[in-house]
Design a protein around this ligand. Sequence first.
Ligand SMILES: Cc1cc2nc3c(=O)[nH]c(=O)nc-3n(C[C@H](O)[C@H](O)[C@H](O)COP(=O)(O)O)c2cc1C
Length: 363
Amino acid sequence: MALELKPLKIGKYTLPIPIFQGGMGVGISWDRLAGSVSKTGAMGIISCVGTGYYKNSAFIQKTIKHRPFDTINFYSKESLFEIFKNARKICGQNPLGANILYAINEYGRVVRDACEAGANMIITGAGLPTNMPEFTNNFPNVALIPIVSSAKALKILCKRWEGRYKRIPDAVIVEGPLSGGHQGVSYEDCFKKEHQLEAIVPQVVEEAKKWGDMPIIAAGGIWDRDDIDRIMALGASGVQMGTRFLGARECDATYYNELMPKIKKEDIELIKSPVGYPARAIVTGVIKALREGRAPKIACVSNCVAPCHRGQEAKKVGYCIADGLGDGYLGDKENGLYFTGANGYRIDKIVSVQEIIDELTRK
Ligand SMILES: Cc1cc2nc3c(=O)[nH]c(=O)nc-3n(C[C@H](O)[C@H](O)[C@H](O)COP(=O)(O)O)c2cc1C
C-alpha cells in the first residue's frame, strides 16, 4: 500500500513534494529541467558544473576551441546567474537548489556564486564537504545538504561541523551504488550487499538521530512509487532521483532524449573516472571511442577537478571528464560522455516533468 507522501521541511523551506531531482552536469539539470521540477512543488537542482558551456559560452571571457578556458570560465559565475534567472522565470520563488561537487577546483568560490545567484539549498557530493559552512556565512537561509554513502561519513561530517561551525546539515542525502554518475565507494564495494541503499539508509537514519532533527533523503536506483514507498518505510523522508529525469522533455542536454530510449541494460557500466571514484555511464561516445583506440587527445583546457591534477589522471583513464561531458551537452555523439543510473535502460519514452511527478505522487 502506498504511504502518503508528506511535505518535507528543510531549514527554512517546506517542499510540498518530497522528491529531489538530482543535480546533473554538464548541462543536464539547468534552467529548464530544474525550473520545471521546482514549479511542480518538488525540488529542482541546478548543476553548477560546466556552466561555461551555457548558451554557446555566451557569458564567458575565453574559450579554446569551443571549450571554456580554465576553472574560472568552466564554472562561470555569469552563466550561473543567467541559469538561475531563467529557472526563476519558470518556478518563481519556489525553492531551487545548486549542486556543487566537493572535488571541483574553486569549490568555495562556486558555493558563494550559487548563494549569490539565489540558490536556496546547496547540495554537495563527490567528497566529504567538511568546510562547506565557511562559504555560506553571509547566507544564513541557505540550507546545506551533503551527500554521503555511509553512516560513518555522516558521523565524521557532523562532528566536524558541530565542532567548528556549531551547526549540523539541514538534511542529508544518502546515495547507494545504483545511482548515475560518480559513486561514493570503490568499484568492488558497489556490488556488495552492505553498501546497497537498503542497507545504508537505516544506518544513516540512526546516526542522524544522534545529532538532531535531520531529514534523510535517499538516492540511487529509485524509479517508481513502489521504490519510494519501500525506501520511506526504512526511515527516509524524501528521495532524490536523477536517471528518471533523463527521460524528461525538459532535460537541458537534449541528446539524452534521443539516446535513452535506445539503450539496453548491457550498455550501462561502471567506468573509471579522473575524479578518482567509479562512475556509471553508457558505453557510447567517448567511452566507446576509448575502447576502440580513437579517443581524443587530452589537453586539460578547463582545469575542472582537483583530483585530476591538471590532466594527469585523465591521461591514466584515457579521457577528459570536462571535455566528455561538455561534448555530451553539445550533442557531439562521437566524443560525448553520458552518465546514467543503473535503471537508464528502463526509459522507453520521453514525457514531461509534470507527468513524471504526477505518476510518482499518485496514490
Ligand atoms: C547524467 C547524470 C549526471 C549526474 N551528475 C551529477 C553531478 O554533477 N553531481 C552530483 O552530485 N550528482 C550527479 N548525478 C547523480 C544524481 O544527482 C542523483 O543523485 C542520482 O542520479 C540518483 O540515482 P538515480 O540516477 O538512480 O536516480 C548525476 C546522475 C546522472 C544520471
